[in-house]
Each structure stands twice: as structure tokens, then as C-alpha cells.
Design a protein around this ligand. Structure first.
Ligand code: GRF
Length: 176
């Protein structure tokens, strides 16, 4: 199956997809932050890339539809996609570092840490026009330890992200 991945930053989830989802082909990585590290990762793996400004919706739609992906994966893409984009392309999934519906949007890890909760988690869900609100594909719990910092909790969350994303991708591809 063909995947297109959208990134804005570091791209650890993107690289994890390249390493773990060997049954599928990542036909392109689209990014909206010019110097993001995800670009370097794409070059290392020979994945074609395209910079598209987040406001350039028509180019984004054309670029995605040109390669006819079976699934689009938001892996740290820090922009909300409009209804127009969502309705013009195939199914999109997103990974979010919380137990949705808790802590939508930015700073989800900080919010969980400040809450006093004894656990947070990771959610992979379908993308709808409403922020972090689409149907959940997979959700897993990550404990918050007493001496956790944002850094230590982020590391634990990212390990969970890397373990559930390939499973969520397969599940989404089976559902479609
Ligand atoms: C991840 O924590 C993901 O949940 C969130 O953005 C972060 C991206 O990390 N949406 P990376 O760029 O994949 O390392």
C-alpha cells in the first residue's frame, strides 16, 4: 500500500514508519517547515519530499492526489487541515501524545504532567475538520512517574508512539 506522510519537525515517527512499515511504500513526505529534520531523514532513505506552505491548500491537494496514496499519515504535522483538504484526499490519520479526548492541541504532554494524573498516553485517530476529534484507531496508556519531567515523559510517550503507529497504519488500511 502507498503512504504519504506529512511532517513539520523532528520526524522520529516518520523514520519509524520507514523502518517498521516495510510492507508499505512511503511514496512521499510533505513538510511545511523548511529546515525540519524530517527532511534529512527522508534524504537518508531516498524518500521524495515536497515543501508546501500550509496555506497553499490547492498545491497540497494536487501533490497528494498525484501519487494516489492509500493512506495519509500526519506524523508531527503541526497544522490543522481544512475541511476542503480533508474532503479532497483519501483518509488521513494523526498521532497525538495524550489519551484523547483529554489534552487536545499543543502542549498535551505538559498539560498531562501538570494535571497530577497518574497516566497519559498516545492516540492514533482519523482526521476530521475538528481538532484531534476523529474516531480513535488505537489508544495506549503511558504511566506518569513521580519524578517525571517533560523530557522524560516525552521519551516514554515517543517509545509508545513508535510501537503503536505501525499497528494503527495497518488497521486503518484494513478498515478502508
Ligand atoms: C509526536 O509527539 C506526535 O505525537 C505529535 O508531534 C510529535 C512529533 O514527533 N503530533 P516527531 O517529529 O515524530 O519526532
Amino acid at each position: 500500500m502507498k503512504l504519504v506522510v506529512l511532517c513539520s519537525g523532528n520526524g522520529s515517527n516518520f523514520e519509524n514508519i520507514l523502518r517498521s512499515c516495510w510492507k508499505h511504500e512511503v511514496v512521499g513526505m510533505i513538510y511545511n517547515v523548511k529546515d525540519c529534520y524530517a527532511r534529512t531523514r527522508a534524504a537518508k532513505f531516498g524518500v521524495p519530499t515536497c515543501y508546501i506552505h500550509h496555506k497553499d491548500e490547492d498545491t497540497l491537494i494536487d501533490c497528494i492526489n498525484m501519487v494516489k496514496p492509500d493512506l495519509i499519515v500526519l506524523a508531527g504535522y503541526m497544522r490543522i487541515l481544512s475541511e476542503k483538504v480533508i474532503n479532497s484526499v483519501t483518509r488521513i490519520i494523526n498521532i497525538h501524545p495524550s489519551l484523547l479526548p483529554k489534552y487536545k492541541g499543543l502542549h498535551a504532554i505538559e498539560q498531562a504532567l501538570e494535571s497530577g494524573d497518574d497516566a497519559t498516553g498516545v492516540t492514533v485517530h482519523y482526521v476530521t475538520p475538528e481538532l484531534d476529534s476523529g474516531d480513535i484507531i488505537i489508544q495506549n496508556r503511558v504511566p506518569i512517574l513521580q519524578d517525571d519531567t517533560v523530557e522524560s515523559l516525552t521519551k516514554r510517550i515517543q517509545r509508545m508512539e513508535h510501537s503503536i503507529m505501525p499497528v494503527a497504519i495497518d488497521k486503518a488500511l484494513c478498515d478502508s
